[in-house]
Design a protein around this ligand. Structure first.
Ligand code: PLP
Length: 386
């Protein structure tokens, strides 16, 4: 959470005092947010959901990804990316990242097998994937691309907003994200044909409240409907996002310029002007140097956050895909030929990069003095370690 305050409190009060907390109805804050966010992203359809995980699952199901399908996911992401694949009934295949800390296009191409139907490029830590190359691969192999934009709300790639480039995408608005309403998310797509299935994943009871007709898009799913309180908060957060990201992008460029002569190597940027700019990161030559650099500068290490590397995905490694074995995608006959033999060393190149990457989170409310202090620590670290 970056900024939240009086305006959000007023917006929630207004909703509560109106007595209309349910999202369907005239003058809905959720509908207003969905329309505004669609315009902001430059995309046709936005559906608010209860979380980023449900948004990604809805996006996958909208693309008809399910049992029998493999979905390529990066070795560096929160487990929810892989969970969304399993929740859709499909099997995640873990693929190496490169020094952008996002999917390595060469590794993606090498990982495509007869069962591969989709990939999830994850715009991790506010960074953006090499979408031109990934989309070209997807076109060649007829893969669906579902962007995981949960950690990059408001970020862009070469002038387009992330989430609007693939066939569908999921955003998270949980506490840690660039826009937050506590918990929440959005599934988005330009694909008209995906909308009924995506919508049914978000709220399979919606037909009672909107358009009651029976078609193939009606099936049972878990409810992931958002509330008007979330919609009200997000309308305020959306007004703020660009200003905050501009400040962080500016800080990031200032830091990078100030250490350019030190020998520190910034991670590869796929679209520095447009990414969200929430983190500054450097790849050190060795793990030992990264750890020494961490001691001196107070950085984090990308491979050691405890939850952003595939080796931490216990239920995926243990094939615990559902509460009942008969519902477990890992045990389904349809998935028998999917690759699910996970090993902790299967993406050793990714581990090597992540364990050498020092990271610093930025914040729009940092002062100039704090940025100067960060620069001084980086220069000191570089002088002592490189
Ligand atoms: C990359 C990524 N994908 C998906 C999610 C899931 O979002 P949520 O926690 O809203 O379900 C997160 C949440 O932290 C995330 O970081």
């Amino acid at each position: 959470m970056y900024r939240i305050g009086r305006e959000e409190v007023d917006a929630i009060s207004e909703v509560l005092l109106s007595g209309k907390v349910f999202r369907y109805g005239i003058g809905s804050a959720c509908t207003r947010f969905e329309e505004r966010y669609a315009k902001y992203l430059g995309i046709k359809h936005v559906m608010m959901t209860s979380s980023g995980t449900t948004a990604l699952t809805a996006a996958l199901v909208g693309q008809r990804i399910g049992p029998g399908d493999e979905v390529l996911v990066p070795a560096c992401t929160y487990i929810a990316t892989a969970i969304a694949v399993v929740a859709a009934g499909a099997i995640p295949v873990i693929v190496d990242i490169d020094e952008s800390l996002t999917l390595d296009p060469r590794a993606v191409e090498a990982a495509i097998g007869p069962r591969t139907r989709a990939m999830i490029p994850v715009h991790m830590w506010g960074l953006v994937c090499d979408m031109d190359r990934l989309m070209a691969i997807a076109r060649r192999h007829r893969l669906a691309v579902v962007e995981d934009a949960c950690q990059c709300v408001g970020g862009g790639y070469k002038g387009r907003k992330v989430g609007s480039i693939g066939h569908a995408a999921g955003f998270s608005f949980n506490y840690y994200k660039n826009m937050t309403c506590g918990e929440g998310g959005a599934a988005v797509t330009n694909d008209d044909a995906a909308v009924p299935r995506m919508g049914c994943m978000v709220d399979c009871c919606k037909f009672y409240w909107t358009d009651r007709k029976t078609d193939e898009s009606l099936f049972i799913s878990n409810g992931a409907r958002a509330s008007e309180l979330e919609g009200a908060i997000l309308n305020i957060q959306l007004d703020r996002i660009d200003g905050m990201l501009d400040i962080m992008r500016g800080y990031k460029k200032r830091v990078l310029a100030a250490v350019a002569d030190t020998g520190l190597r910034p991670i590869q940027a796929n679209s520095l002007d447009c990414e969200a700019g929430t983190h500054v990161m450097f790849v050190l030559p060795t793990e030992a140097q990264a750890s020494q650099f961490q001691q001196i500068t107070g950085s984090g290490i990308a491979g050691k956050t405890g939850r952003h590397v595939y080796t931490e995905w216990d239920p995926i490694f243990e094939h615990r895909g559902a509460p009942y074995e008969a519902m477990n995608p890992y045990a389904m006959e349809a998935n028998r030929d999917c690759r699910m033999d996970y090993r902790k060393d299967m993406c050793a190149p990714s581990l090597n990069i992540l364990n050498r990457t020092a990271m610093f989170g930025l914040h729009p409310d940092r002062t100039d003095a704090q940025i100067d202090d960060l620069i001084a620590r980086l220069r000191k670290g570089a002088a002592q370690v490189l």
